[in-house]
Design a protein around this ligand. Structure first.
Ligand code: NDP
Length: 295
């Protein structure tokens, strides 16, 4: 039996997108710019294609302009950097995302560092990473930002909570840890070399799972009443011969112990694109010296 409150990221993200749509419309009414988001996709990775299609659809639904650049997997790094430079120079493009992972012959770092910091709506450029860690204004990575919104909506003030983040990647684990710290949590970051991970997880009032290992975190790793945010997206074979998506947390077990938990799918995933759209709106306003229309 599920006793935990279900944190409905799908519904939250839907409301957020409607709200962004209204703010984009009010910008247009004031004869302001139409926020434009460019998505660069290299190669034909099916998961990346689905992501980019969803992003383009939701960008258009929010009343924003969507620019797609689909490039061959064998494009040279030099040519890809030239595409990024062209988007940097285009005043109708306010946000640029380059879908990761990139083919092996291209350096993610070189591409990320070429994106204009003001247009870096994924928040991966070193200047935005630095801004996050020093508490300066920048663009915050989308998935971590979405996790924080769900947490604040569920718990209100996070001050003094013990937060454990399992995973230390640059795109999820580390930025979430920074945001939790900024929200006055006491933060521990765990990874593949952490000792007694189950025991550490049991100390968490807030447990963030960003590992990429299907259902690794078990019910008896969770402190009763804790809030669990499952960032993981893993495809596993189901009993009916089909496949299904699961998180890094064993949901059925965890939902009997936790106070609140995000499902997979329908938890953190939808928040990522909603935050990307909001980052594009923010970037557009900043680039034009305008106030961001109120949330
Ligand atoms: P990475 O593979 O970059 O990082 C995984 C992290 O988990 C690493 O820090 C690694 O430790 C740690 N780890 C791996 N195995 C263990 C273990 N047995 N015990 C403890 N820690 C472990 O993944 P990402 O951060 O990019 O993504 C994590 C998950 O989130 C994936 O499932 C991904 O699909 C999902 N994701 C979901 C998004 C969404 O929109 N909902 C967006 C982005 C990602 P170490 O550093 O020591 O190797």
């Amino acid at each position: 039996m599920t006793t935990a409150k279900l944190i409905d990221g799908k519904a939250f993200a839907g409301q957020m997108r409607e709200n962004i749509g209204r703010r984009v419309a009010s910008l247009k009414e004031e004869h302001g710019p139409v926020p434009g988001l460019a998505a660069v996709l290299v190669g034909e990775d099916p998961a990346s294609q689905v992501y980019v299609r969803n992003k383009e659809k939701q960008t258009a639904e929010a009343g924003m302009a969507s620019v797609g650049r689909k490039l061959q997997a064998d494009i040279s790094q030099e040519d890809l950097l030239a595409v990024v430079a062209e988007l940097n120079a285009d005043p109708s493009v306010h946000g640029i995302l380059v879908q990761l992972p990139l083919p092996d012959h291209i350096s993610d770092k070189a591409v990320i560092e070429t994106i204009n910091v003001a247009k870096d709506v994924d928040g991966f450029h070193p200047v935005n990473v630095g801004a996050l860690s020093s508490g300066d204004e920048g663009l915050v990575p989308c998935t971590p930002r979405g996790c924080m919104m769900l947490l604040k909506d569920t718990l209100g003030d996070l001050t003094g909570k013990n937060a454990v983040v399992v995973g230390r990647s640059n795109i999820v684990g580390k930025p979430i840890a920074q945001l939790l710290l900024a929200a006055n949590c006491t933060v521990t970051i765990a990874h593949s070399r952490t000792q007694d991970l189950p025991g550490l997880c049991r100390t968490a009032d807030i447990l963030i799972a960003a590992v990429g290992r299907a259902q690794m975190i078990k019910g008896d790793w969770i402190k009763p009443g804790a809030t669990v945010i499952d960032v993981g997206i893993n495809r596993i074979d189901a009993d009916d011969g089909k496949s299904r998506l699961v998180g890094d947390v064993d949901f059925n077990e965890a939902a009997q112990v936790a106070g609140a938990i995000t499902p997979v799918p329908g938890g953190v995933g939808p928040m990522t694109i909603a935050c990307l759209l909001e980052n594009t709106l923010i970037a557009c306003c900043r680039q034009n010296g305008l106030e961001v229309p109120g949330a």
